[in-house]
Design a protein around this ligand. Sequence first.
Ligand SMILES: [Zn+2]
Length: 69
Amino acid sequence: MFERQELYCHNCDVHVQFDLDLSIDGNHVLECPNCGHEHCRVVKGGIITDERWDQRNGPTVQIPTISIT
Ligand SMILES: [Zn+2]
């Protein structure tokens, strides 16, 4: 099951939409397709939290972008 979610890119001032698998947890990289900025966010139950992580010392997953607005 997937749920569409939105992340604001403060770097280039766009909203980016992603489809997240609701069964995933952990550290994920959400890359802005507009400026390439990588948002390192903790995902819990498929929900993008406001929690950030800095060190790439664990498994990370790139999430494909659906669209930007
Ligand atoms: Zn951006």
